[in-house]
Every structure is written in structure tokens, then in C-alpha cells.
Design a protein around this ligand. Structure first.
Ligand SMILES: Cc1cc2nc3c(=O)[nH]c(=O)nc-3n(C[C@H](O)[C@H](O)[C@H](O)COP(=O)(O)O)c2cc1C
Length: 218
């Protein structure tokens, strides 16, 4: 069986705590896919981040290792400039995405589309354009959107799907949208909307099942 050792300096998501660790990832292992979460806002108690954490937790319960790049991390990235040298945070982010077996991206709807914070992080993936497996090539990508209403939720979800297609990823069939006027995400990982947990678990399950079928990353 082909064994490819990949190393990534990763910000591991362990419960509510982020720790920096060295990750050795053998892609031929049958389980323990690496799922990278990208999203949230800089707002304390970000509902987008809380929804993303719920989805990552569901992925962990299905056997995944997860890394979370949350709103404050994304805000620490420079505005993407292809001509600039990459800094440590940018390298950490790029290496984690390179190592990912699947991803979950979560954005609020800002003025009818995804946030600049999330888009700037995705723009940084241009650094992988010359890789053997560029951008999000061959990876399943679950999508989560929060908004103060349904119109922007649908528009932002559609826009994120277009971006994932452009990055050669596979948006999962089910995307989770939340009207945060109705669905309140709590710090303890629960939501006032009783269907939220199962929606987010379905996003995680679709990312997990697709990444399982593509372990050799053609
Ligand atoms: C700058 C800005 C623009 C927004 N634009 C929209 C919008 O166009 N449509 C909408 O339904 N909600 C809009 N919202 C509301 C957010 O999408 C909503 O509050 C979201 O759940 C915030 O996520 P957070 O809790 O993770 O910060 C906007 C909020 C901000 C701060």
C-alpha cells in the first residue's frame, strides 16, 4: 500500500482549545482523515464559528482529526498579495490545507455574499497553484453559512459553491444555512434550533464519506 508521509505544523482543534502540534499524516491510513475548518468572524461568540465547531466535533466523532482556523486567526493573515513573502501564519494555513483530506468552510453573509475575511484566506490558496494537487483539488468541502435572514443565506451558499468549484474542490451536496435571528448558537456547543446539530453532522458526514473514497489523491 502506498504510504506518503506528510508533515504539517498544525493548529489542532482539541475541544475548545487550540494547540500547536506537529502532525504526521499517513494518507494510506483507513481512518483519521484530516478535516480543516476555515471560518467564523472576529465577533466574540461568533455564531458562524460555533456552527463550524459543531461540524468539526461531529467529524471528530466520526474519526477525523481536525484543525480550526477561526475568525481571529483569519484576521491575523495579511491581505493577500501574490508578490509578498509569506509569513508564518500564512505558511501554517497553506500547509494545513495541503494536508487536508477534506474541508469545512463557514462564512457569515456580509452584504449578500461571503465575508472578506474568509475570501482573503481562500485567495491565499493561490500559493498552491503549482502543486501536484493545486488549490482544493479532489477534496470534499462542506459549507456553512449564517445570516440575518434566508435571502443572503442562499446567495452566499451558492457563491461559496462557485468558489469551491473554481478551486477544483467538491462542494458536498448538503450545505448548512442558518438564520441567526432564529438559531442561537451557544458557547457550550449547542443551538436553540434542535435541527442544527443534525444538519451540521450531515455536512461532516458527507465530507468524511467522500474523503474516504479518495485516499490516494489523484
Ligand atoms: C458587515 C455585515 C454585513 C451583513 N450583511 C448581511 C446581509 O447582507 N444579509 C443578512 O442576512 N445578514 C447580514 N449580516 C448579518 C450576519 O450575516 C449575521 O449576523 C451572521 O450570523 C453573523 O455571524 P457571526 O455571529 O459569526 O458574527 C451582516 C452583518 C455584518 C456585520
Amino acid at each position: 500500500m502506498q504510504k506518503i508521509l506528510r508533515e504539517a505544523t498544525a493548529k489542532l482543534h482539541v475541544g475548545a482549545t487550540n494547540v500547536t502540534e506537529k502532525v504526521d499524516n499517513y494518507v494510506s491510513e483507513p481512518a483519521h482523515q484530516l478535516i480543516v475548518g476555515i471560518g467564523g468572524t472576529t465577533r466574540p461568540g461568533s455564531s458562524t464559528e460555533r456552527a463550524l465547531r459543531m461540524a468539526l466535533k461531529a467529524a471528530e466523532e466520526q474519526g477525523a482529526r481536525t484543525i480550526l482556523f477561526d475568525g481571529p486567526f483569519l484576521a491575523s493573515l495579511s491581505m493577500y498579495d501574490p508578490a509578498s513573502e509569506r509569513n508564518d501564519a500564512e505558511r501554517e494555513f497553506i500547509e494545513a490545507v495541503r494536508s487536508a483530506d477534506g474541508l469545512i468552510i463557514a462564512s457569515p453573509a456580509y452584504h449578500g455574499g461571503l465575508s472578506g475575511l474568509v475570501k482573503n484566506a481562500l485567495d491565499l490558496l493561490e500559493e498552491t497553484s503549482k502543486d501536484k494537487r493545486p488549490y482544493l483539488h479532489s477534496r470534499p468541502v462542506g459549507l456553512i453559512v449564517t445570516a440575518y435572514g434566508w435571502q443572503a443565506t442562499g446567495a452566499t451558499l451558492a457563491s461559496l459553491r462557485t468558489i469551491v468549484h473554481a478551486l477544483r474542490g467538491w462542494p458536498t451536496p448538503f450545505g448548512a444555512g442558518f438564520n441567526t435571528l432564529e438559531s442561537r448558537f451557544a458557547e457550550d456547543g449547542t443551538c436553540s434550533d434542535s435541527s442544527a446539530a443534525s444538519s451540521l453532522a450531515l455536512v461532516a458526514q458527507q465530507v468524511m464519506s467522500f474523503s474516504c473514497t479518495d485516499k490516494n489523491h489523484s
